[in-house]
Design a protein around this ligand. Structure first.
Ligand code: ADP
Ligand code: MG
Length: 716
């Protein structure tokens, strides 16, 4: 697979330029350069505004030389050439040291394009040693000037070492020498949507003649992005489907369990259960994502699937993101199964923190097949862990697990096991299609009845500093009714903010340090309002055993108030906990706040959630917190979150790393386009599964895979 796009830049442009481009943008091939699209286009008028040029920014401007002076330096040896340029709206001084010869080039009246970083010297804006390119003689003619005024000048993302016009120059060289390009989007798909072919789109996006040109180009290139991505995901899905799995059909174990359930399944649980049962009964591996709010009963649905597997003599592995959660899952599974089934299925825990003897015992139960349900952390993926007959892998809380881990587990079975991924983070449809496009998706949107609900409030300390103690008072009223409370802090102590990949960038680094577990613990214990209450701390730096002990004590109501970091975020289930206080709530992401809130109101006790923030009204930070307080609808919040986030965060590291990242496609806005592209890709693949007649698409997919594995290798 070597087409014109795979040609090395060193060959196309020469070593020095190629090196500069690689260093600045990581580009290596012609394709890399041509997919570095202009950020915007300027017309001559737009490029001006010289008077208002922002200091310290890299700019590209079109102007004319007004005058130039060349004089010796006063303080030291050498000469200084000062060239004043103007565009009719303002002036700017260019300075060159010891380059007097440029005076011959930068003659008065010469027009050109200038690029550099704006500096300021004695109140005058200037560019020191700017890059520039002067227009040719004929480009300066009077008639050309009018046309020139309307010429679109592409403005590329630039760095201090490679300016926008240097990119433009390189693109020109490459485009001029570019041969015929095959389009990964087949002609019939393109024609149906009136999309210009690939080569033409590249021409138009880099060298548009009029505004409509780049609009047309973007439309085609954006569709192509979505199309290639969806084709890649669909193929991945087909690949899994072409594997052979052992069918698993529910028998007496699963049926007995259902009959003994103390409650009715919700409608969604039943529907999703049927979808899973159908997958499990098939001879291809299931590859399904179940999404549903915290408490919607996903774990129960997964457990029923495990029982169907147990009915056929197989084993299931449940993979949890933390030790605390793994231990909790095991306890709740044992409880839900009841003594008879638990004895029969022998659920075991396997985590990195088991002692040697315990570990050996667990491994034996796993390899012998005695244990039909294994719960653990990533330790389960260890090479020395082998299963007797692994039939199902359940991954809890997908957002902490990557595709690679899922694949590693798939390799654990003699035949590939079925895979079920659970997530409590609701995912907007288009993101699901993009990030989890290789999975089938089931949704549980109904919560089991009998829940008392949650009320959320923002406590805005910026406006109401006096409310700080009201938070403790309100909490103590809840405790007085025999309930328990969580207090979540962004930091462990003054020195350490717990690593949280989802947390928003602080809007400014100034201001008071974030609330910490250590300080809050001391404060709470000293607060007369909480006198006599049992208050403990929980955070990620504590040893696993200690964390486990504290969680158990909290679940057993031996602790009233748990002051913690987000280690309690996922899955912790204590139905008697009624109050969730989040300190400096603006330091958490939208979905995380929503998850934290889901820790309370889980039983028959109504939940109370207090988001304490010092962020002033009308700031983005405050808006985020208010958004979460305003709705309990996880899908609505996911959409808000998506709109507040950067694209890279949405797609996670796999998609945003490497050169295969999305460029024009915006998952938040291009939902319809993505759906349409998926549909088109599916129908192409249905007619031509091996893409024998679609070589350009096949090449594009191969290129994607190369880039992905390259990015993956670079990370590991
Ligand atoms: P999730 O994993 O989605 O957070 P779980 O499966 O852990 O939810 O269920 C949360 C709680 O609700 C558990 O105590 C579970 O036993 C209970 N539960 C699950 N399904 C139902 C139901 N249909 N009716 C009543 N309670 C249910
Ligand atoms: Mg759960």
């Amino acid at each position: 697979m070597t087409g014109p796009l795979d040609q090395k830049l060193s060959g196309a442009l020469g070593g020095r330029t190629a090196q500069a481009l690689e260093k600045a943008f990581g580009m290596r091939t012609v394709g890399d350069l041509l997919s570095h699209y202009p950020r915007r286009y300027a017309k001559r008028g737009e490029l001006t505004g010289l008077a208002e040029l922002p200091v310290d920014e890299n700019v590209t401007i079109v102007a004319q030389v007004l005058r130039s002076t060349d004089r010796p330096m006063r303080q030291r040896r050498g000469s200084l050439l000062e060239v004043v340029i103007g565009d009719g709206t303002g002036q700017l001084t260019l300075t060159f040291f010891n380059q007097a010869w440029r005076k011959n080039e930068l003659r008065v009246g010469a027009r050109g394009i200038f690029a550099g970083k704006v500096g300021e010297y004695r109140g005058t804006r200037q560019l020191a040693h700017p890059d520039y390119r002067l227009f040719d003689e004929e480009e300066q003619g009077a008639d050309v000037a009018v046309e020139w005024a309307n010429t679109l000048i592409p403005i590329y993302p630039a760095t201090s070492s490679v300016s926008s016009w240097q990119v433009q120059e390189s693109v020109k060289v490459v485009l001029d020498g570019l041969g015929e390009l095959d389009d990964p989007v087949p002609p019939e798909v393109r024609e149906e949507r009136k999309l210009v072919p690939y080569g033409r789109a590249l021409e138009l996006i880099h060298r548009p003649q009029r505004d409509a040109d780049y609009g047309m180009a973007r439309k085609a290139l954006k569709f192509q992005e979505a199309f290639v991505l969806q084709a890649a995901l669909l193929r991945q899905r087909e690949e899994v489907r072409s594997l052979e799995a052992t069918p698993r059909v529910a028998g007496s174990i699963a049926q007995g369990f259902d009959a003994a359930l103390p409650f009715e399944l919700t409608g969604d649980q039943r529907t999703v259960g049927e979808e899973i049962a159908r997958d499990l009964a098939g001879s291809q591996p299931m590859n399904r994502l179940v999404q549903g709010e915290v408490g919607s009963g996903k774990t129960l649905v997964a457990l029923r699937a495990m029982l169907a597997v147990a009915d056929t003599g197989g084993q299931s592995a449940l993979l949890a993101p933390t030790e605390v959660l793994a231990a909790q899952h095991l306890r709740s599974i044992v409880r839900t199964l009841g003594p008879d089934l638990a004895a029969r299925l022998h659920p075991v825990l396997l985590t990195g923190q088991l002692g040697a003897a315990e570990r050996r015992k667990a491994m034996l139960a796993i390899v012998s097949g005695q244990s039909r349900i294994v719960v653990g952390t990533h330790a389960l993926m260890g090479e020395n862990v082998s299963f007797f007959d692994l039939g199902l892998v359940v991954v809890d809380e997908q957002h902490r697990f990557g595709v690679e881990q899922r694949e590693a587990l798939r390799a654990k079975g003699a035949k590939p096991p079925h895979v079920l991924v659970l997530t409590a983070t609701p995912i907007p449809r288009t993101v699901a299609m993009t990030v989890f496009g290789d999975l089938d998706v089931s949704t549980i949107s109904e919560l089991p009845g009998g829940r008392a609900g949650i009320s959320s409030f923002v406590v805005p300390l910026a406006d109401k500093p006096g409310w700080a103690n009201r938070v403790w008072e309100r909490m103590s009223e809840e405790l007085a009714q025999g309930r328990q409370a969580f207090v979540v802090c962004p930091a462990i102590d003054a020195a350490e903010v717990e690593d949280d990949p989802d947390a928003p960038e602080p809007e400014s680094s100034a201001g008071p340090p974030p609330a910490s577990v250590t300080a809050t613990l001391a404060e709470a214990r000293a607060n007369p309002v909480l006198a006599g209450r049992r208050i403990e701390a929980l955070h990620g730096r504590m040893p696993g055993e200690e964390k486990d002990r504290i969680m158990r004590a909290f679940a057993a109501r031996e602790i009233d108030v748990l002051i913690a970091t987000t280690v309690i975020e996922v899955g912790v289930d204590v139905p008697n906990a009624s109050t969730m206080v989040v300190l400096d709530a603006d330091r958490f992401g939208v979905s995380q706040l929503h998850q934290l809130r889901g820790r309370v109101g889980r039983g028959s006790v109504p939940g109370l959630c207090l988001f304490v923030t010092r962020a002033p009204a009308e700031t983005l930070a405050r808006e985020r917190v208010e958004a979460v307080a305003s709705t309990l609808d996880g899908f609505e919040l996911a959409q808000i979150d998506l709109e507040l986030r950067q694209e890279g965060d949405v797609l996670g590291s796999t998609q945003s790393g490497g050169r295969s990242s999305l460029r024009l496609l915006r998952v938040a806005k291009d939902g319809d386009l993505i759906a349409e592209a998926r549909h088109a890709a599916a129908s192409v693949l249905a007619d031509d599964p091996t893409l024998a007649a679609h070589t350009a698409l096949r090449d594009a997919l191969a290129r994607r895979l190369d880039e992905e594995s390259e990015a993956f290798l670079a990370k590991s």
